[in-house]
Design a protein around this ligand. Structure first.
Ligand SMILES: Cc1cc2nc3c(=O)[nH]c(=O)nc-3n(C[C@H](O)[C@H](O)[C@H](O)COP(=O)(O)OP(=O)(O)OC[C@H]3O[C@@H](n4cnc5c(N)ncnc54)[C@H](O)[C@@H]3O)c2cc1C
Length: 323
């Protein structure tokens, strides 16, 4: 594996484990000074803490010719009332999408709407959101979480697809199991979003993040998806893979296929624009909400130069410094 053992790799691995440490999170988020520093770093990747900021960003993205998807961030909700509140928030997002005539879908973590409490409860909540999305004429994309949850997410997605063909699923190319999960997902309706995978996973479960093996696995799954004609999202910022996808689409006459290219807000917007200029359908993934801490850790860890940028932004922190 390239990069293994380098300071960047070690920093990324440390960040991923810090991200999961509740005590560290509590310490950082309850100190106004530290929270201010992190919030500044997060503002590059997060639209804001409130829904209107995400809706405004979706409108802007649409104006630039990109579709959007809106995620009210959160995961691992262990309180029933909070999971219900998150569900209501997603339903409101769907209604706003319809009222404002936005070209946007909804993305969510099933553990945000109750999966960490009870599968049936999460199923009911996700069904409410899917119904609202249907009324708004749009889709719901289910995100993929850590491997301890993969089976439960896939089985909930299977149940949801029986009633809602507009509910899609995210698959992670780094998992060894994705070959067979992809074959099963292709049998169901709902868009399939292919990502590399963002969590720290053991080698028994996943290919190393910065490896050519992972890039090969991504390309292989992507070609299977493109050739299948299934609705899909190629969700990566990797230029080599994007060029390869574009080449594959042209060589195989798949221009009219159901493929779209999707990237995260704040990351390589120029690559998304380049795909749009090539005539491809494009989408920006917009996140908002107060639970931005884990999301920020993932974005910093997957691209260590971001850590330097976050540190560089400390130079403009005079207004936050306690007097
Ligand atoms: C729409 C969408 C949905 C996603 N949903 C999930 C999900 O449900 N579950 C999950 O595990 N993961 C998800 N991810 C994250 C994904 O797994 C990767 O961690 C992330 O996309 C980075 O991988 P990459 O494919 O861009 O390739 P990389 O090899 O990581 O990056 C390729 C290039 O993209 C640029 N780049 C990538 N990340 C950054 C960054 N953070 N900051 C600046 N530049 C960057 C750099 O130029 C880098 O060289 C999602 C990603 C997208 C785009």
């Amino acid at each position: 594996m390239e990069g293994h053992g380098t300071p960047e790799h070690e920093a990324a691995a440390a960040l991923k484990s810090i991200a999961r440490n509740e005590k560290i999170k509590a310490r950082l988020m309850t100190d106004p000074f530290l929270k201010g520093i992190l919030l500044r770093a997060a503002s590059r990747f997060v639209c804001g803490e409130e829904m209107p900021e995400a809706l405004e960003a979706a409108k802007k993205a649409n104006g630039l010719g990109h579709a959007a998807t809106i995620d009210y961030m959160g995961e691992s909700t262990r309180d029933e009332a909070l999971a219900e509140r998150a569900t209501e928030e997603f339903v409101r997002v769907a209604k706003e999408i319809k009222t404002r005539g936005l070209d946007s879908s909804i993305s969510l973590d099933l553990s945000h709407v109750g999966m960490a409490l009870d599968a049936d409860f999460a199923f009911e909540n996700a069904s409410k959101i899917a119904r609202a999305a249907r009324e708004a004429g749009t889709e719901v994309m289910v995100s993929m979480e850590g491997t301890e949850r993969t089976d439960e997410i896939l089985s909930l997605h299977e149940r949801l697809s029986e009633s809602f063909e507009e509910v899609g699923i995210t698959l992670q190319a780094y998992l060894h199991r994705t070959e067979s999960d992809l074959a099963a997902a292709l049998e169901r309706p709902g868009r399939i979003r292919l990502v590399k995978g963002a969590f720290e996973e053991p080698e028994s479960a996943a290919l190393p993040r910065d490896s050519t093996d992972l890039d090969e696995a991504y390309r292989r799954h992507m070609e299977t998806l493109l050739a299948s004609g299934h609705t899909l999202s190629i969700a990566t910022h990797d230029e080599t893979i994007l060029d390869h996808a574009h080449e594959f689409i042209r060589e195989n006459g798949l221009e009219a296929s159901n493929a779209e290219f999707e990237m995260l807000y704040g990351i390589t917007p120029e690559r998304l624009e380049a795909m749009r200029e090539r005539g491809c359908r494009t989408r920006v993934y917009l996140v908002y909400g107060e639970e931005w801490y884990l999301y920020l850790c993932h974005r910093l860890a997957e691209h260590p130069p971001n850590i330097y940028r976050a540190v560089a932004s400390l130079g403009s922190l005079r207004d936050l410094t306690p007097s």
